[in-house]
Design a protein. Sequence first.
Length: 670
Amino acid sequence: MSGSIKEQINKLRQEINEHNYRYHVLDDPLISDAEYDRLFQQLKKLETTHPEFILPDSPTQRVGAAPLKSFHSVEHTVPMLSLDNAFTEHDVMAFDQRIRDKLHTTHPIEYCCEPKLDGLAINLRYEKGQLVQAATRGDGMIGEEVTDNIKTIRTVPWQLKGEDVPDVLEVRGEVFMSKKSFNQLNDDAQAKNEKIFANPRNAAAGSVRQLDSKITASRPLAIFCYGIGLVEGMKLPAKHSEVLSCLERWGLRVNPFTAVVEDEKGCLLYYQKMAAKRDSLPYEIDGVVYKVNALSEQERLGFVSRAPRWAIAHKFPAEEAETIIQEVEFQVGRTGALTPVARLKPVHVHGVTVSNATLHNMDEIHRKDIHIGDHVVVRRAGDVIPEVVSVITTKRSSDIKKIKLPTHCPVCHSAIEQIEGEAVARCTGHLVCSAQRKEAIRHFASRRAMNIEGLGEKLVEQLVDAKLISSMADIYSLTHEEAANLERMGDKSAQNLFDEIEKSKTTTLPRFLYALGIREVGEATAKQLAMHFKTLEALQQASEETLQQVEDVGPVVAAHIVHFFHESHNREMIKKLLKAGIHWPEIKVGYQLPLKGKTFVLTGTLNEMSREEAKEKLEKLGAKVAGSVSSKTSYVVAGSDPGSKLDKARGLGVAVLDEKNFLKLLVKGC
Ligand code: 5U1
């Protein structure tokens, strides 16, 4: 490297800042992580040997400053407003009507719609493009100065980009923690016996309000900016959506799901779209915000007390509610795993009455310090089984009871074992245990396994209790008469069931393997095993060593597979199933990989795996993974915070997969 040390340092800083921006804000890195690390280390080395050139705005300084004794108060130049809430469509229509009345118009109002992040509101003050202060909202008038802490967040630029940056700019945004980072933080905290955060919002707020900014630096926070509090030395554009575009151009991060709609009906459609997306987003949102898009109209509408008349938050139904644990029971799954289930005082959550919530396992009970009789917060998100989030310890009474792991199975009374290092306790009864039998049969018949429609939980329970079946193979020797005689089962339903059972005999090897319910063999592994071994016989004879040559199969899974096929009752059952007529098409030796000929581009962060892993998995299925989008791209996989590649894909009409659909594709392989 040529030039004076100072010049070298400056050049490296500029280069690293640009790469930071491309990586964290645009999600369009130009260089590999390794190359970035190399530049960063180079700068660090130069700064260590020449500390006289270290500037507070060097990218190496995003590690936090010296701890504070307390936070300084900051009076906001322009108050940080809060938002009125709408809970129903009627509330939204009334909001729109109020606006049109106030503006004396019958014309539709254009709105800018944004997701409402569940985080911590922050004001960022930039002078001549330089971040000079960050403050929390506080009471809206006076907040706390958290500049050092906010400067540790990588998506907050220290220096704005572009020629048209205003002299003074106060930007408003929400600091948040992704769901994944939140879980990771709590897992780490648990391992160290430290405080657990109840939700990502608390985790974000707790992380920003740290007197020691090095602690904030260690927390994976991010920001989305959603508006301007103050601007000097520049005329703002006419619309809020254009203001957001300016923020983006200056290097600030704006939520990619922001959209402009023509009228209030567009707002309601946007709400539905975001509600459907909510669970698949990598961060929590608790609703959406509608803002009158024309700034001139915003000005005419003004404020009422602390909230603007021109904006409203349309909240999603609460996903959490408070109740009491009345009892705890243990359920036995198909692998014998015992799951503690809290019987709750019924409570309304997200439009449904919830009376049971999973407590996962004993470790989780200890971690959350849950007792029978505790007041708790329960959460029901999407289709996920309700869970106990936290205990409200301030409401704890003296007659709470400890939750004990039973020594014997509540169903078959066999001993319970808990292998050291495993969170899950199991019943040792195996097929003696009717709960395990029922679950194994239900799994065998389920949609993604043998797909026997109608043979669900209730019917399996009836059939096992009536001793008509005791294993999966017995399904195929059930008689019409036996089925028709069951309660709530007429001739017609029995016939439908028989048709379904008959149909299930024609299947595929991956489905059959998955249906067997071998521990740790999910759909994806079953598919890999089938592709690798091609026949059931070859798989049955495989050693642990050979099995580990298969993608996704490690020593634990290999041991489970060998153990399963070693058990004589399992071999007998397979024989009976094949004798009953279950068959599948032969897997050809020259089988073509399912994604052959397809090109993928990855953008954004995936929750379930790194980009490298995603690439590897795609390539194993025959796909090519490219770095940039073109008309030849088959799919763009967009994780959280996708960058410009997503826009390009949309522009070119290339199919876009979110993480959920991408995972489905990996499982299905087509
Ligand atoms: N997305 C978004 N969140 N949020 C919160 N926009 C937004 N706007 C806000 C608030 C409090 O307030 C302005 C409308 C003043």
